[in-house]
Ligand binder design. Structure first.
Ligand SMILES: NC(=O)c1ccc[n+]([C@@H]2O[C@H](COP(=O)([O-])OP(=O)(O)OC[C@H]3O[C@@H](n4cnc5c(N)ncnc54)[C@H](O)[C@@H]3O)[C@@H](O)[C@H]2O)c1
Length: 484
C-alpha cells in the first residue's frame, strides 16, 4: 500500500468511525455525508466488499477481480452458508471479513467500494447508506424496486460526490458499442420500432433456484431479509426464490426487460418513454408466486433531438413449450440491427424513391386509356435512377473472442473511482431512466392502467394514491450480533 493511501485511510477512519457509531446506534437514521472525491493513485489497490453473495454476487465479485489492482476485503450475506462459501472461494490466502450485517462493511475504513448484489427491495437502502458512508457503489440492476425510490438514490449520489455504476453490464459489450456507433452514424436510418422477446421453459429459468438443505432461521437472518417488506414467518422459498414475489423482486420486467431497455437507451441516446402499458398472466408456474410468468409491454418513446418517435414491444414467456427463438431487433427506416448473443447483424435496405405499379395493385382495375395516361405521368415523375433500390446489404459484427462485458463494466467503474469522477457509463441518472419503464410495467400490470411518465423530470405524471407497490417505511432490524 502506498503512503498516500495510508494517509487517506488514517484521515477517513476517524470519519468512518463516527458514521459507524451513528449508523449502528441509529441503524436507519441519517448519518452525516462524508463528501470526498478522493482519487486513488494508479498504484493503489481499490478495496471492495460485496453485499449479497448469492448467484450474481459471486459472478460480480469474479468479474470485478478480473481487473488489475483491486482486492476483495469483505462480504455480507444473510445466509451463513454463503459466507462460508465466500471464505473458501475468495479467502484462501487471507482472512476475508464476513458478516450478516452490511453496516459492518460500511463502517470499515479499508473499504473503498461496495457491490450491492442483494434482492431488489434492498438496493436503495444499502446504496444510500453506502454513499452516505463515503463508499463508491456498484449497484445491480434494477437500480430501485419502485418508481418512487429513484430520486432519493440520485440525490444521495450527487450529494456524496462518490462514483456509482448500475449493473446492466451488456452495454459494456463490443456488440452494443458497435450498435451505438452504427445508429449514431445513421446506418439504419430513423428508428421506428424495437422488439425483443426472452422466452424460457425450465424451472431454473423460471427462478426456482435450488434451496440449500440447511435453510432455517438459524442459518438465515430472515428478519433482516424482510427489511421494509411485510412481516411474515420464515419461508425458505421466499428467501431463496425471492424473484417470485413482488415484495422483494421486480418480476420479469425488472429481471429481463431492464437489460434490453438499458441497451436501447445506450444505443439511441434516448431519455425514455412517455407511455407504458403492460399485460400478463400467470400461465404455468402456479407454485405460489405472485408475479406473472408471461408479460408483454408496449412503450411509446417520443421524438427528441436525438431520435424520431419509436415504439418498443417486449415480451417474456416462461411457459413457452414451443420453439424458443429469442430475438432483439432495432428497426429503422433504412435497415435493422438484430442481436445474436454477443454479436450483431445489420441488414440495410433502402426503398427506391419510385413506388412502382402493377402486380398486386389497383393499376389493372383502371380502364385502358387511364392506364396509358398513368404510365405517361409515372415515367415523367420517376426517371430511371429513382426506380432501383440499393441492394440489400448484410453486415455482421463479431465481438472479439476476449470480449468480457462484465469485467469491462467494472473497469469503467474502477477507472472512475480512481479518478474521483462520477462519469460512469451507467450512472444513477441513466440507471433510473432505464429502471423506471420496467417498474412502470409492473405498475401497469398490477394496477391495470397505462402509466404516463416524464422521462426528463423522471416523474410519473399519473401517479395514484399509495398502493401495495409503493414504498413502506423501513422497519429497523436487529442490532449487530450475527457474525458468521
Ligand atoms: N446484471 C445481471 O446480469 C444480473 C444477473 C442476475 C442477477 N442480477 C441482480 O443481482 C441481484 C441479486 O440476484 P441473485 O440472483 O444473485 O440473487 P440471490 O438470491 O442468488 O442472492 C442474493 C443474496 O443477497 C443476500 N441478501 C439479501 N438481503 C441482504 C441484505 N440486506 N444484506 C446482505 N445480503 C443480503 C441473500 O442472502 C442472498 O444470498 C438482483 O438485484 C438481481 O436483479 C443481475
Amino acid at each position: 500500500m502506498q503512503s498516500n493511501r495510508r494517509t487517506f485511510i488514517k484521515s477517513l477512519s476517524a470519519a468512518s468511525a463516527l458514521v459507524a457509531t451513528e449508523g449502528i446506534a441509529k441503524p436507519f437514521g441519517a448519518p452525516a455525508y462524508i463528501p470526498n472525491l478522493m482519487k486513488i493513485s494508479p498504484n493503489d489497490k481499490i478495496r471492495f466488499a460485496t453485499i449479497g453473495m448469492g448467484i450474481q454476487g459471486n459472478f460480480d465479485t469474479q468479474s470485478a477481480l478480473r481487473n488489475p489492482d483491486v482486492e476483495l476485503v469483505g462480504c455480507a450475506d444473510l445466509y451463513s452458508g454463503r459466507l462460508e462459501h465466500a471464505k473458501s472461494a475468495y479467502g484462501k490466502d487471507k482472512d476475508l471479513f464476513t458478516t450478516r450485517d452490511y453496516r459492518e462493511i460500511l463502517a470499515r475504513p479499508d473499504v473503498d467500494a461496495v457491490l450491492v448484489v442483494t434482492p431488489d427491495h434492498w438496493h436503495d437502502h444499502i446504496t444510500i447508506a453506502a454513499l452516505k458512508a463515503g463508499k463508491n457503489v456498484y449497484c445491480e440492476k434494477p437500480m430501485v424496486q419502485h418508481l418512487n425510490e429513484g430520486k432519493a438514490v440520485i440525490d444521495a449520489w450527487k450529494k456524496s460526490g462518490k462514483t456509482m455504476q448500475v449493473g446492466s453490464q451488456r452495454i459494456s459489450s463490443a456488440a452494443f458499442k458497435e450498435a451505438k456507433r452504427l445508429i449514431e452514424a445513421g446506418d439504419i436510418g430513423q428508428i421506428n420500432y424495437i422488439e425483443s422477446n426472452n422466452d424460457r421453459f425450465n424451472a431454473i429459468g423460471a427462478w426456482n433456484y435450488s434451496i440449500p438443505t440447511d435453510a432455517s432461521t438459524q442459518t438465515v437472518d430472515w428478519d433482516r431479509f424482510l427489511g421494509d417488506a411485510p412481516k411474515r414467518p420464515f419461508d425458505e422459498k421466499r428467501f431463496f426464490r425471492w424473484r417470485n414475489y413482488k415484495d422483494y423482486g421486480t418480476g420479469v420486467a425488472g429481471d429481463l426487460f431492464i437489460h434490453l431497455i438499458t441497451g436501447v437507451h445506450f444505443v439511441t441516446n434516448t431519455l425514455g418513454p412517455t407511455r407504458i402499458f403492460s399485460s400478463g398472466n400467470l400461465a404455468y408456474w402456479k407454485d405460489g408466486r405472485d408475479v406473472p410468468d408471461l408479460m408483454a409491454c408496449i412503450m411509446d418513446y417520443p421524438k427528441t433531438d436525438q431520435h424520431e418517435a419509436f415504439q418498443m414491444v417486449l415480451r417474456v414467456n416462461f411457459a413457452n413449450a414451443g420453439k424458443i427463438n429469442d430475438v432483439t431487433r432495432i428497426i429503422g427506416n433504412e435497415g435493422q440491427i438484430e442481436f445474436s448473443e454477443n454479436n450483431l447483424i445489420m441488414t440495410k435496405k433502402k426503398l427506391p424513391v419510385a413506388p412502382g405499379y402493377g402486380g398486386y395493385d389497383s393499376f389493372f382495375t383502371f380502364t385502358e386509356p387511364v392506364q396509358q395516361e398513368f404510365v405517361k405521368k409515372y415515367d415523367a415523375q420517376y426517371p430511371a435512377d429513382t426506380r432501383t433500390s440499393e441492394p440489400v446489404k448484410e453486415v455482421r459484427f463479431e465481438a472479439p473472442k476476449n470480449d468480457d462485458p462484465s469485467a469491462q463494466h467494472f473497469a469503467d467503474f474502477f477507472d472512475n473511482v480512481r479518478k474521483g469522477s462520477q462519469g460512469t457509463l451507467e450512472d444513477p441518472v441513466f440507471g433510473f431512466r432505464a429502471a423506471a419503464p420496467v417498474l412502470a410495467c409492473n405498475e401497469s400490470y398490477f394496477e391495470q392502467k397505462v402509466v404516463h411518465w416524464d422521462p426528463i423530470t423522471m416523474t410519473q405524471t399519473n401517479a395514484t394514491a399509495p398502493t401495495s407497490t409503493k414504498k413502506k417505511k423501513l422497519a429497523s432490524t436487529k442490532a449487530i450480533t450475527n457474525k458468521a
